[in-house]
Design a protein around this ligand. Structure first.
Ligand code: E4P
Length: 296
């Protein structure tokens, strides 16, 4: 006889799909609805980015035929994808501004105002760089925002200040997998940001991103990350296991990963005084731009 007193944790996180193929959105929605009818949810939102748009099967087919898109045709494809996803979920759908370190605040704002008209449940993604936060500072008073390419707690402190006048939802997307890839404990950025935000009157919702394995997902659920964006492949693996939730004995195994310690930061400081620079933010921006340009 077993005397197992382990308690299964409650699912307090919203589950988003990380993808650029509306067929995956439909399939992920069905998997959740039929696999866990008692949760009463399907996919609760989606995140997209230029790399995921470039990987969309229709876009890929077009590019494979040797043709290229104009900038406005590429944006029309992006809009088509986002509108098809919005047929499946009424939850937040993140749409990313296209730009790099040289893109001005005004340019990002102009793009954001175009995206705002695409769907009612849009969220505009701005990169976690100076101009991205300056644009988000204004735009969060008009529409929901998601600050992407987040790799440090210090960046998250700046996001808090930059969006203090928000009138809509504010998400921040820490990229755990990309930190793991270079030997750092990415999940600790999620831990640290949740801890920092929980200690203050907070409005920023941590959206765990760059999820590469079930353990990332389960630990984000255990930590109570308000939202988690999950690639379709991981949803399939989770579904095949019967959508297990972590129990109260769950331990995240970070063996071999360098720790990222918590820092006491004064979020009340002017957001511009925080150090926003991170090499993975720069590399990520570069790659997003490269993938977008591969279509043009
Ligand atoms: C979602 O918002 C992010 O763009 C995505 O999770 C990044 O994932 P990746 O690191 O696997 O590209």
């Amino acid at each position: 006889m077993t005397n197992d007193k382990r308690q299964i944790m409650k699912l307090n996180s919203q589950l988003f799909l990380d993808g650029g193929d509306p067929e995956e959105t439909k399939a992920a929605n069905e998997l959740l609805k039929t696999g866990k009818p008692e949760w009463g949810i399907g996919i609760q939102g989606q995140t997209t980015n230029p790399t995921l748009v470039a990987k969309n099967p229709d876009v890929q087919k077009y590019i494979a035929s040797g043709k290229r898109l104009t900038q406005s045709e590429a944006l029309a494809e992006y809009k088509k994808i986002v509108m098809a996803v919005a047929e499946v979920t009424k939850g937040p759908i993140s749409i990313q501004v296209i730009g790099d370190q040289s893109t001005t605040k005004e340019d990002m704002l102009a793009q954001a105002r175009v995206y705002k008209e695409w769907i009612p449940n849009g969220v505009v993604k701005f990169p976690c760089i100076g101009n991205g936060l300056a644009a988000a500072e204004i735009f969060c008073q008009e529409f929901p925002v998601n600050i992407t390419l987040n790799f440090s707690q210090e960046q998250a402190a700046a996001v808090y200040g930059a969006t203090s006048k928000r009138r809509h939802h504010v998400f921040i997307s820490p990229f755990v997998g990309r930190l793991d890839d270079r030997g750092e404990n990415g999940m600790q950025v999620v831990e640290n940001e949740l801890r920092m935000y929980q200690s203050i009157k907070n409005h920023v919702e941590v959206l765990t991103a760059s999820v590469r394995k079930i353990e990332h997902l389960l630990y984000a659920i255990a930590l109570g990350s308000p939202a988690i964006t999950i690639p379709f492949k991981i949803i399939e693996v989770w579904a095949a296991q019967g959508f297990p939730l972590p129990d109260d004995s769950f331990m995240y195994d970070s063996t071999g990963l360098r720790p990222i310690p918590f820092r006491q930061l004064d979020v009340a400081k002017n957001w511009r005084s925080f150090n926003l620079s991170h090499s993975l933010t720069d590399a990520g921006l570069h790659k997003f731009m490269e993938d977008w340009r591969s279509l043009l």
